[in-house]
Design a protein around this ligand. Structure first.
Ligand code: SF4
Length: 386
C-alpha cells in the first residue's frame, strides 16, 4: 500500500480509497489473518461481522476504475451501474479478500444482486439482511433483533467464532467511536467548509469503510485536529446541501468539481450507512436489540428506509435550514429508483419552501465532468448575481 506522508490526512489516502484491489484490506489481512466481509451499500449491521472476527469493508462497485465487460450480460440495461460493477469486481477477481458478502433489502436490484452473486461466486458466503419495511410496527424491534441474531449465526459459520454479548458490546463501542469521529468531522465541515473541503471529508469517510474501525478512528481525529489548525479564507461561494448519492457513489473528481464550481457543500448523504446513527448505540443493553433500536428510532433519513414518522422531504428541508444552506443539489444516480422516487417529493417540498435546487444525474463510471460543472456554475452564478 503506497501512501503519501506529511500532508493533510485525506490527501495521503486519495488513491487508496479508489483502488479496487483493496490494498488496505490485503495489508490488514496479511498482518492479522482476519478475513473480510464485503458490505454492499446502503446500511448493514457491520458490528455483527466485526464481532465475528471479520473486517467489514464497503463494497461500492467499481466506480470509474473498472470497465464492465461481463456483468452487463447478467442485468437489464435499465439497472444502476453499482449493481453491475459490483458483480464485475467478482468477474475480474477483485473479491479475493472477501470471505463473505452482505446485502440488504434496500431495493429490487440489490435484492436480485445478492442471489446472482451467490450463484456466480459460490466461494463467498452471501448473507442477506431483511431490514423491516414497516419501521413503526410494534413488532419491528423484536423482528429486527431476531433477524440480527440470525445474521450473526450465519457470520459465525464463516469464521467459526462463538460470539458472546460482550464481544458484541465491544464491537458496538468500536463503531460508536468511529461514528462519533465522523459526526465531529461532518459538524466541523458544516461550520467551517473552507477548512475541510468535501473532497477531503469524502476521502476520510471512504477510508473508514476500508479499514479496521479501531485503526481508522485515530486517523479521523488527526484529520480533525489538522483541519482545526487551518485558517482558510472564506470564498464567495453558495452553501449547498447535496442529496441523492446515498448508495452508488459519484467519482471523487465529480464531488471536487461541484465544489470548485462555486459551492461549499455543508451536508450530504455520501456513504450514509457508515455514519447512519445520530448518537452512540447504548452498550449496556441486549446488543442486538440496541443495534435494532438504533436503526429503527435513531438513524438518519435515507431513501431506502421508509419511515412514516419522518418524511424524507421534510428531513431535507430541515437539513437545508439547519445548515443555513442557500440551495440544494439533488445528485442522483442514473436508474436509482429510490433516489428518483424521492426526487419527486424533494422537488415539490423545495418549491413550496422557495429553496432553489438543481437536479444533476451522475453515473459512477463518469470520466468527463464539464457538462455538470457548467450546469453548477450557471446555477451558482444565478444565485450570486440575482
Ligand atoms: S443505486 Fe439505487 S437502485 Fe441501485 S442498488 Fe443502490 S439504491 Fe438500489
Amino acid at each position: 500500500m503506497t501512501v503519501t506522508l506529511d500532508v493533510f490526512p485525506a490527501a495521503r489516502y486519495r488513491d487508496v480509497v479508489e483502488d479496487r484491489d483493496f490494498p488496505t484490506v490485503r495489508e490488514y489481512q496479511a498482518r492479522t489473518g482476519r478475513a473480510a466481509l464485503g458490505c454492499y451499500p446502503v446500511y448493514g449491521p457491520f458490528e455483527l461481522g466485526y464481532a465475528a472476527g471479520l473486517l467489514p469493508v464497503g463494497l461500492f462497485g467499481g466506480g470509474n476504475r473498472i470497465e464492465i465487460q461481463t456483468a452487463d450480460s447478467r442485468f437489464q440495461s435499465f439497472i444502476c451501474s453499482v449493481v453491475k460493477s459490483t458483480m464485475e469486481l467478482g468477474f475480474q477477481d477483485k473479491l479475493g479478500p472477501f470471505e463473505a458478502l452482505m446485502f440488504e433489502s434496500i431495493c429490487d436490484p440489490a435484492r436480485n444482486l445478492a442471489s446472482i452473486m451467490s450463484r456466480n461466486f459460490p466461494k463467498q458466503k452471501v448473507t442477506y439482511v431483511h431490514l423491516p419495511q414497516n419501521m413503526t410496527s410494534a413488532a419491528a424491534p423484536d423482528y429486527l433483533t431476531s433477524e440480527y441474531r440470525r445474521v450473526l449465526a450465519e457470520l459465525e459459520t464463516v469464521t467459526g467464532a462463538h460470539v458472546t454479548d460482550d464481544d458484541l458490546r465491544a464491537s458496538l463501542a468500536t463503531y460508536n467511536a468511529l461514528r462519533s469521529a465522523l459526526r465531529a468531522l461532518y459538524a466541523f465541515r458544516a461550520e467551517r467548509p473552507q477548512d475541510l473541503l468535501t473532497g477531503e471529508l469524502y476521502t476520510l469517510t471512504r477510508l473508514a469503510t476500508i479499514m479496521d474501525p479501531a485503526e481508522v478512528t485515530p486517523i479521523l481525529r488527526e484529520a480533525l485536529d489538522a483541519a482545526r489548525a487551518r485558517d482558510g479564507r472564506v470564498k464567495d461561494r453558495i452553501r449547498v446541501v447535496l442529496a441523492g448519492a446515498f448508495c452508488e457513489q459519484p467519482p471523487l473528481e465529480l464531488i471536487e468539481s461541484i465544489e470548485e464550481s462555486g459551492c461549499y457543500i455543508v451536508d450530504d448523504d455520501f456513504l450514509l450507512g457508515w455514519r447512519l446513527f445520530r448518537r452512540d448505540v447504548p452498550i449496556d443493553d441486549d446488543p442486538c436489540r440496541a443495534l435494532a433500536l438504533a436503526y429503527l428510532n435513531d438513524s438518519l433519513h435515507a431513501s431506502t428506509k421508509h419511515d412514516l414518522r419522518a418524511p424524507r422531504a421534510k428531513a431535507l428541508i430541515e437539513s437545508a435550514r439547519s445548515h443555513d444552506a442557500d440551495a440544494v443539489i439533488c445528485l442522483i444516480a442514473k436508474f436509482c429508483e429510490p433516489g428518483l422516487f424521492d426526487y419527486a417529493l424533494y422537488r415539490k417540498a423545495l418549491e413550496v419552501e422557495s429553496i432553489p435546487h438543481l437536479y444533476v444525474e451522475f453515473e459512477e463510471k463518469m470520466w468527463l465532468y464539464e457538462r455538470i460543472r457548467t450546469e453548477v456554475e450557471t446555477f451558482v452564478e444565478s444565485m450570486l448575481f440575482r
